[in-house]
Design a protein around this ligand. Sequence first.
Ligand SMILES: NC(=O)c1ccc[n+]([C@@H]2O[C@H](COP(=O)([O-])OP(=O)(O)OC[C@H]3O[C@@H](n4cnc5c(N)ncnc54)[C@H](O)[C@@H]3O)[C@@H](O)[C@H]2O)c1
Length: 414
Amino acid sequence: MEQSMIRDISLADEGLQRIRWVEKFMPVLGELKKDFVANQIFQGKTIVMSIHLEAKTAYLALMLKEAGAHVIVTGSNPLSTQDPIAAGLVKKGIIVYAWHNCTNEEYDIFLNKALDHKPNIIIDDGGDLVHLLHTTRKDAQVHLIGGAEETTTGVHRLKILAKKGDLQIPMIAVNDSYCKYLFDNRYGTGQSAWDGIIRSTNITITGKTVVVAGYGWCGKGVSMRAKGLGAHVIVTEVDPIKAIEAVFDGFDVMPMEKAAEKGDIFLTVTGDIDIITKKHFLRMKDGAICANAGHFDCEVNRKDLEKICTSHYEARKNIEAYVMPSGKIVYLLAEGRLVNLASGDGHPAEIMDLSFALQAQAVSYLCQNGQNLQNKVYVLPEELDKEVAEIKLRSMGYEIDQLTEEQKNYLGLE
Ligand SMILES: NC(=O)c1ccc[n+]([C@@H]2O[C@H](COP(=O)([O-])OP(=O)(O)OC[C@H]3O[C@@H](n4cnc5c(N)ncnc54)[C@H](O)[C@@H]3O)[C@@H](O)[C@H]2O)c1
């Protein structure tokens, strides 16, 4: 089999050091690992992962390998791959096809190379592997048992396929487990999106008007944290229920066309396209900053910016300045890609501990039950979700009450 394709193997020690750091903060994955490794539960399985290639996902990949799997890793976004981490994984015997800032063509080559290994199980983040498996790479379905999808946008794409009757593999929507979206999407994106924005701009959030597009799980998190950092927050939504939630949570709500004139910082988290376009850029204040934390770089329309600007230049690493016809400047962070991963290290390790413990549970569940699953989108059984929560609570030193037999009877649970 072919060799890995990475940028620089000499970065491996730095990568392994970063992975060792996050291990300390991922006790749930650590506890599952003990059992999975002792029983070699993934022995003989080939697992292909398309993931944001940074320290936490690398720890998951290593855990799967130590539990017996043959693991192949590729990125899920050209800017989120960290070259030292890729090198660290290769040094540990994992095949990696990924480097930071790859072109779209290279990105496709990497995904295809990963699928050449004809996986038994896939871990996808955003749905690019599944898309290939249903179009140009149907051949790679040959040994496939099923897969697990990490994020809202990927699950959305799966549900579209399933609705049309076109889904050809059982997929577990890891995103839809409580221990995923309640924590990763809300508190994870809530912290890491601001971390990415602050790291790349080195400016204050306090006193700024922040416009958050989308008040789903990610939107709730980034709005809450922006408020905590001292910002005045405006939310834009299309769902009236989410909009009322935003109002009751204490935020201003208005259409983007109005918000465009008011915002100092714009952050999109909708999973939708064309949230900020030409008509919005033209209304923005001089110095407005746009960033995206939704999965794809289609929320802030960069092509529009490029079309209407009279010139553009790199204002700072990961920040492009676009000069508008009026002379005003609009800044775009990280090319409009996930700002928390493209300009930072992604979510905190303690939070990804929950998400990746669920990923590990999903892979184990597929190994045990895959043959009986249909080509549908599944959510992990609630007891596995609760097991992850229980281990997390224990690791944090918290205890909770247990239902008595009388209470179970009263609640009709027995
Ligand atoms: N940055 C990260 O690390 C990270 C983590 C988790 C999820 N995500 C991604 O973030 C995106 C949002 O995820 P989520 O879990 O919050 O989804 P969600 O479905 O809970 O929320 C999305 C919200 O956007 C709203 N929306 C849709 N179109 C809109 C429009 N035109 N204008 C305003 N609002 C609109 C929807 O009504 C919904 O309330 C997805 O792409 C997801 O994959 C990113």
